[in-house]
Write a protein that binds this ligand. Structure first.
Ligand code: FMN
Length: 182
């Protein structure tokens, strides 16, 4: 993907839109970093939706997973993306909330059928040899959606003829950006 670094805010929004809408996009599987546990927590998640008007990135997970307690304890989090094809590292900082009520139901309706088995079974992280509970078959009950509000981004392009870096601040209106030393 060729990034248009003359308009970094748009480049950021375009990456997130592609991550959400293109199942083969290299941007599809970022690493979510949390800080609410004993150690920094990092794991890959699929970008399930990007709500461009509200700058919210939607991720789906198991409601019993450790990452949710970590996000409740410390909602400030980061996403790390990497596209080997274009050698672009893309980082996002934002604030997460766990969706509930109608917003959670709407997110569940966006969960692909093929992903629903991920929410059936026993709680993630338990010992499979000494299960603490019966498996739950209720995917809807175990489903959770995380919404991360984009606050700032860092685009780094690695290139033989010189690296390029841009900081983008989405807390400004309109979003502000500047060149940065790589
Ligand atoms: C390619 C790939 C995609 C994944 N997508 C998701 C996902 O969308 N949601 C999810 O909860 N876990 C996903 N996982 C598993 C997580 O990386 C992680 O192992 C799991 O959610 C447990 O994380 P936690 O114990 O930190 O809560 C994915 C893993 C890989 C390798």
């Amino acid at each position: 993907m060729n990034l248009d670094l003359t308009d970094p805010p748009r480049a950021v929004l375009d990456i997130l839109t592609r991550a959400a809408n293109e199942t083969k996009s290299p941007w599809r599987w970022p690493v979510l970093a949390t800080q609410g546990g004993a150690y920094p927590g990092v794991r890959m998640l699929v970008v399930r939706a990007f709500h461009r008007a509200t700058l919210e990135i939607e991720l789906h997970t198991d409601a019993r997973s450790a990452k949710l307690d970590e996000l409740r304890a410390a909602p400030a989090c980061a996403l790390l993306f990497f596209d080997k094809g274009s050698m672009v590292q893309f980082r996002v900082d934002g604030c997460a909330r766990i969706l509930d009520g109608e917003a959670r139901d709407a997110a569940f309706s966006r969960a692909p059928e093929g992903s629903l088995d991920d929410y059936r079974g026993r709680a993630p992280g338990g010992d499979p040899d000494t299960p603490a509970s019966e498996p739950s078959l209720d995917a809807a009950a175990n489903f959770a959606a995380i919404s991360i509000r984009l606050e700032r981004a860092d685009l780094l392009v690695i290139a033989r003829d010189g690296h390029e870096r841009r900081f983008v601040d989405f807390t400004a209106d309109p979003p502000d950006w500047r060149r940065a030393e790589p």
